[in-house]
Design a protein around this ligand. Sequence first.
Ligand code: KG4
Ligand code: ZN
Length: 365
Amino acid sequence: MKYDQTAALVLGIESSCDETGVALVQGIGHGVPALLAHALHSQIVMHQPYGGVVPELASRDHIRRVLPLAQRVLQEAKRTLPQVDVVAYTRGPGLAGALLVGAGVACALGAALGKPVMGVHHLEGHLLSPFLSADPPEFPFVALLVSGGHTQLMRVDGVGRYVLLGETIDDAAGEAFDKSAKLMGLPYPGGAALSTLAENGNPKAYKLPRPLLHSGDLDFSFAGLKTAVMVQAKRLLQAGPGPAVGAGALAFADLDPTTQADLAASTEAAIVEVLVLKSLAAIRHTGLRRLVVAGGVGANRLLREDLNRACDKMGIRVHYPELHLCTDNGAMIALAAAMRLQAGQQQPSMAYAFDVKPRWPLDQL
Ligand code: KG4
Ligand code: ZN
């Protein structure tokens, strides 16, 4: 191989769901690889009229966005394509068609440049993203991975050394936020909007279940919570409107603002309490003294406040990704590839036949 694997210039492409992300990361010996530039296009506005991600539209939009984003990143980093040592892409998990776009473009670029390619696990990207923060963690640590599709607690002993401690048996925490938000008439994806609505609400106003809180294991379940929120919302709507409402079916948005905020706050409190208490249980179970939170729900303000407070009391350090790197992005994919190269965990490949893995457990890496 003609380059030093600990100092590789890695172009990373993320296209697993509704965000196209491209980034350039430079390996710097044994330190944390440096993020030179990254660019992101979110498809949220495009999917909003449908209330969720439309896979075919997502794939087509990734095709439109990925090369202009790559050009932008190269320009910003003042690098050229031939200078790239490795092209990395998200191989899974995610939407098959969306993943195929990133994989196809990465392999075509690799073949055209005569450079190797590397398929990266999307959740490993999330997991390692706090290394790009101003306060990077050290191994080993417990990771709470909370995204739109996954809720997992992992023991992380190093790059590629992951042991699953517990995970959701049904909906993910992000899904619980998104589905509850949808019931409240908030636009997709809903998590951040529900959190904003909750800001002026009373988290104790409605009693909602904390599923599996005392199950004695580290698994989660959020499907029942969504149903409880739905039942509560229906009850409120039957009890009648707040301000003057015309004839016809009532919508959640017709309830008085305090009631809306109270249900949002009660929902957020239920999800956050479970995430916090299970994370602390994982810390106790492993005896580790460090917690890393990653994935879109890691941007949640209440989760950060409550985790910080609880971990402070136990003398546990908590690390988060920078807020703008909590949700999907190309930087975490380029970073994960660079860290895998640095750790000698994965050889990039000059074979450009690619596959994607829409389902891919992280502990089977
Ligand atoms: O990691 P991510 O970008 O995508 C997946 O890999 O799934 O996570 C997206 C999820 C969505 O469910 C979104 O509603 C949630 O993260 N999310 C939030 C917040 N920001 C994003 N949930 C709660 N509070 C937030 N501030
Ligand atoms: Zn993600």
